[in-house]
Design a binder for this molecule. Structure first.
Ligand code: 13P
Length: 345
């Protein structure tokens, strides 16, 4: 790809800042259906105003920037305002949290491939990215979803999703926006950790091959993968250290050293387990790895705070305490300094 030296330097600087040594990302970019689903579970009305209130609670949490380098927002949120009239982008940037944006349009059933999904959103993406860059958003996210099951994933699904990720990434870099490349192998199902390893390895090889073909500057992107874990319904659930070892082994086989950082998704793990597994990776391997191992958690940072908030203004201070605490635990995990004692209030 033909990018100016200046543009490449800016991409590299932002990517490095996103995975700065003691920090990670907060995913607060739930689409309408996902956010509504989480609200519905708790009986919170699924309204635009409450989605705004909830996200105001998050971004006004004091001290969040001690652990959070960047926040991924949803298109609805960047057009909303806080009660004091400032925009979400302004408040984050003012707190030295880099604002980013989810730009994929979600997944749909993949034609001809039952049980598999393809992510949409490439049409018109160049124009949307240009608007986002003008609004001050410095990085973007695109999530591909890979399901493990009987006879799946197919090579067709892996290649189509990897191709879309690479085309998205190159469009982002052209606009001076750092792409987060997120191929998520889902935890749903009864498959073993070995099967998750095999599929994740195949997925990441396919993704990096496409990133190379499309000319993505690896130094100016972040990878957001799943950890290598057994399916949620698998009888055998490996230990924290076994998951850490398998995940790092898989990443060492597939992720080029030029990539500055890997920020895991949490994917439905409990908050504590996500922190403990990330911590184990950093304790055991941090000094030996070419890239930083960090977090880009959604549920694993937000869930306790959402449970407490429950749609009520009066619960905001307690919810913010819980959010700050989870972010702080993950900061510790990023440094390899997390322990179960931290969970005792
Ligand atoms: P979870 O950490 O809840 O999996 O969300 C991360 C994310 O951004 C999914 O796209």
């Amino acid at each position: 790809m033909v990018l100016s030296e200046n543009k490449i330097k800016k991409l590299i600087d932002v990517a490095k800042a996103m995975v700065a040594d003691s920090k990670g990302l907060l995913a607060m970019d739930e689409s309408y259906p996902t956010c509504n689903k989480r609200f519905a579970k708790l009986g919170i009305p699924e309204t635009e105003e409450l989605r705004r209130d909830y996200r105001e609670m998050i971004v006004t949490t004091a001290g969040l920037n001690e652990s959070i380098s960047g926040a991924i927002l949803f298109d609805e949120t960047i057009r909303q305002h806080l009660k004091d009239g400032s925009s979400f982008i302004e408040i984050l940037a003012g707190n030295k949290i880099i604002p980013g944006i989810k730009v994929d349009a979600g997944t749909v059933a993949m034609a001809g491939h039952p049980g598999e999904k393809i992510t949409e959103g490439l049409d018109g993406l160049r124009d949307r990215l240009s608007e986002y860059a003008q609004m001050g958003l410095q990085f973007a996210k695109w999530r591909a979803v890979i399901t493990i099951g009987e006879g799946i994933p197919t090579q067709a699904c892996l290649e189509a999703n990897a191709h879309a990720l690479a085309r998205y990434a190159v469009l982002c870099q052209e606009e001076g926006i750092v792409p987060i490349v997120e191929p998520e192998v889902l935890m749903d199902g009864s498959h073993t950790m070995e099967r998750c390893f095999e599929v994740t390895e195949q997925v990441l090889h396919t993704v990096f091959s496409q990133l190379y073909t499309q000319g993505v500057v690896l130094e100016g992107m972040i990878l957001k993968p799943n950890m290598v874990v057994p399916g949620l319904l698998c009888e055998k659930q490996e230990s924290i250290n076994e998951v850490a070892d398998a995940t790092v082994k898989c990443l060492l086989r597939t992720v080029p050293a030029a990539v500055p950082g890997i920020a895991f998704l949490s994917g439905g793990q409990s908050s504590e387990l996500a922190s403990a597994r990330l911590n184990a990776m950093n304790v055991r391997f941090k000094t030996k790895l070419p890239w930083g191992l960090s977090y880009s958690f959604g549920r694993a940072i937000q869930q306790p705070a959402l449970d407490i908030w429950h749609g009520k203004e009066a619960n905001v201070p307690e919810a913010q305490k819980a959010l700050y605490h989870r972010a702080w635990c993950n900061r510790a995990a990023r440094l390899g300094e997390y322990n179960a004692e931290m969970e005792k209030k």
